[in-house]
Design a protein around this ligand. Structure first.
Ligand SMILES: [Zn+2]
Length: 367
């Protein structure tokens, strides 16, 4: 029995007993999986593997946002129904994750099956006074979300606009209010609701899926750093408003953004580094090492040379693992439990070698 059952993450210490709930914001399945996605899911995978090594059973949930405006447009361009299009993209994504040695989640809710749950969420938020109806839509009051985020209003406005916040929608009382339920519009799927035909809002979908999987809250919520605002800020606020339980998440894992020549990876920028191409160039252990051998919250710039550096790190770890002896493997686990310090753990395990190095390679999914 090990009595070490706490993990610190982002300055927050999270004492744990025997289980931990991890919700990871999954993909909107409309395009190929790139290194930016991979970084988020490999870090969430590392978190769950470290918990398992600490004798805490991770219960993981990674959703699929298959009802989404960006997806609708991509499906329309491809001449496909949104759900069929999403299912094919999701299949490709799961293949990439398996090739990266990312364990499949226990729960994998798909947004299109949670439309009723979102309608119920909208109804509950109307009851608590946190939402109001206008023209067939239900809007969540967002001004307090911006205040709680600590962002200045200009920055919040830019981010909300970038992520589909429709700041200039005249139906809203405040530009920062967001649709929990969006009234029907042409070229989008629609469902019946007490407010007329419409579709669920993005943040509300994740709230419905996380509360359905886990009840009132989670131990860890993971996602890319670009989801911190508005997506996670609104998710948290809606979940807390409807359950009355605070905080919704005990700790957040916002994996740093991956850039190429300083620019965020995006199809429109033409700078996607595809997981498929990375895995053609290097084994999964090397790609995982490249992602994990750094502070998880820090943004980083991808260059092909980083794969060579990671290959060298993996090679030295494997050679160290082949040595006899190796002392106290718990020491590396201690480093991992302190803010997932992979770099320090790899340094130590490579130095000590033997059992320590073998254990670390196994815990991080590098073996
Ligand atoms: Zn989400």
């Amino acid at each position: 029995m090990t009595l070490r059952c706490q993990l610190s993450l982002g300055g927050r210490t999270v004492p744990l007993l025997d289980r931990a709930r991890i919700y990871t914001c999954g993909i909107t399945p409309y395009d190929v999986t790139h290194l930016g996605h991979a970084a988020t899911f490999v870090w969430a995978d590392a978190l769950s593997r470290v918990l398992r090594a600490l004798d805490v059973e991770p219960i993981t949930c990674r959703n699929v946002t298959d009802v989404d405006e960006v997806l609708d447009v991509a499906a329309w361009r491809a001449g496909s129904e949104y759900d069929r299009f999403a299912a094919i993209q999701q299949f490709e994504f799961e293949g990439d994750m398996a090739a990266l040695n990312v364990r499949p989640p226990e729960h994998e809710p798909r947004a299109h099956r949670y439309v009723d749950a979102v309608a119920r969420l909208a109804g509950a938020l109307l009851t608590t006074g946190d939402a109001y109806t206008r023209g067939g839509s239900v809007y969540f009051r967002g001004r307090a979300v911006v205040r709680a985020s600590g962002l200045d209003v200009g920055r919040a406005r830019a981010l909300a606009g970038e992520y589909g916040g429709r700041l200039d929608d005249p139906a809203k009382e405040d530009p920062f209010d967001v649709a929990v339920w969006q009234a029907a519009e042409p070229d989008h799927p629609e469902w019946e609701s007490p407010w007329g035909p419409g579709r669920p809002g993005w943040h509300a979908e994740c709230v419905a899926m996380s509360l359905s999987a886990f009840g009132v809250g989670v131990d860890f919520h993971a996602g890319g750093a670009d989801l911190a605002f508005p997506h996670h800020a609104y998710h948290r606020a809606m979940a807390e408003a409807v359950t009355g339980v605070r905080p919704y998440a005990r700790a957040w894992l916002h994996a740093g953004t991956v850039t190429v020549d300083g620019a965020k990876m995006a199809k429109s920028a033409g700078n996607l580094v595809r997981v498929e191409d990375l895995l053609a160039a290097a084994p999964a252990a090397v790609v995982r090492m490249m992602i994990l051998d750094r502070p998880w919250a820090r943004d980083w710039d991808y260059t092909p040379e980083l794969l060579e550096v990671a290959a060298d790190r993996v090679d030295r770890l494997y050679r160290a693992a082949a040595r006899p002896g190796g002392g106290d493997a718990d020491e590396t686990l201690g480093l991992l439990s302190r803010d997932l310090d992979v770099t320090a753990a790899v340094d130590l395990a490579t130095d000590v070698g033997g059992a320590s190095a073998r254990r670390l390679a196994s815990v991080l999914g590098l073996a």
